[in-house]
Design a protein around this ligand. Structure first.
Ligand SMILES: *Cc1c(COP(=O)(O)O)cnc(C)c1O
Length: 362
């Protein structure tokens, strides 16, 4: 079998080795049942246990209070862009969006289909290189909710703290690319959603954490599959869910707990990111594209002095088994995505390579 690469992909992204090895076994035979995880009925005893443990472990990881529901849905984060306003934003109401990148732009576009979508702040004029704060935010009079993107996967910016929001509104967060990368105070949010393929598991599945009282609200009549309340009542099994996705997320939650929980994740993520930011900051060969105070611990975009050097960098990195480093076209250059499961050793390998490359080409 091929040696594993240092996979810097922005998503789908690297998963913990221990989780993948367990999944190899469980694909063949789950808990001595003689049936693999993908072959079990979603209503049988074996899967009952899988989904119950996934929820319980998720609650332990995120310290999620009983007043919140944990849902495992489908359609990725992108369906949440629409489900949030479909469920909560009435035609005559306003929702406020903090537009900090391409994913926020997609989210606000869906909201506009249902009600008034107000741009409370945007960093677009500087190609989303920073997080607008304080007086840069102008809320509408009485928004139903405020929507934020906690980590901007493409532009490499991340909120350090939740923004203050107007009384009466609740905070909605797209946490797809930094969920459970650091401790989180769930009680500050009405709803958190995260596509799984960056920090939690396979693509297509999405974790939703929603305050129970919000489920009563209903902005309009909706198709059954689009209503949070239905998924909550049916324990995420109104229809056949992505059983393997839920299983794998459950294994990732167990891994996070075994590693020491979210405080440990944050410690390690800070160490990992520092290895790379230090190289960027120690000379003028590399240039980070995000404002230093808003830098992400998950995605590190940077440029080299020329596009030719960037091409050469990518090609040589590939020869050293480093993959997925090409930046998104809207930023260009290089992007290193180093989610929870990305090994610290791989960050050291990249940092050493960057120093060596700068020496040879600077
Ligand atoms: C990747 C990503 C998405 C899109 O997720 P899908 O599962 O492809 O819908 C949305 N928001 C953020 C912040 C992301 O990083």
């Amino acid at each position: 079998m091929a040696e594993r690469a240092w996979n810097f992909s922005a998503g789908p992204a690297v998963l913990p080795e221990r989780v993948l090895r367990q999944a190899q076994q469980d694909l063949w035979d789950l808990d001595g049942t003689g049936i693999g995880i993908c072959e079990h009925s979603h209503r049988g005893a074996a899967f009952d246990r899988v989904i119950a443990e996934a929820e319980e472990d998720c609650r332990r990881v995120g310290n999620i209070p009983d007043s919140y529901r944990v849902l495992f849905l489908q359609g990725g984060a992108s369906l949440q862009f629409a489900m949030v306003p479909a469920n909560f934003l009435g035609e005559d109401q306003t929702a406020d969006y903090l537009v900090t990148g391409a994913w926020s732009q997609k989210a606000i576009k869906e909201a506009a289909l249902y009600g008034t979508a107000h741009t409370a702040a945007s960093s677009q004029e500087e190609n989303f290189s920073y997080i607008p704060k304080g007086s840069a935010i102008g809320y509408s009079d009485s928004p139903v909710y405020v929507h934020m993107t906690s980590n901007n996967t493409i532009f490499g910016t991340q909120y350090r703290a939740e923004p203050d929001i107007p009384d009466g509104a609740f905070l909605v967060c797209d946490a797809s690319s930094d969920i459970f990368s650091r401790p989180i105070d769930v009680t500050k949010y009405g709803l958190i959603y995260a596509g799984a393929q960056k920090n939690l598991g396979p693509s297509g599945t999405v974790l939703v954490i929603v305050r129970e009282d919000l489920l009563e609200r209903s902005a309009r009549s909706l198709p059954t599959m689009l209503r949070y309340q239905v998924h909550a009542e049916k324990g995420s099994r109104y229809n056949t869910p992505n059983t393997f996705g839920i299983y794998l997320m459950g294994q990732v939650f167990k891994w996070i707990l075994a590693e020491g929980g979210l405080a440990k994740m944050q410690e390690r993520n800070e160490r990992k990111a520092r290895l790379i930011y230090d190289v960027i900051d120690e000379g003028d060969f590399y240039r980070g594209t995000a404002r230093a105070e808003d830098r992400s611990l998950m995605n590190i975009p940077f440029r080299l002095p020329s596009e030719d050097l960037e091409k050469k960098f990518l090609s040589e990195a590939g020869e050293h088994r480093m993959s997925g480093l090409k930046g998104h076209r809207s930023v260009g250059g290089i992007r290193a995505s180093i989610y929870n499961a990305f090994p610290e050793e791989g960050c050291r390998v990249l940092a050493d390579f960057m120093r060596d490359f700068a020496r040879r080409n600077g």
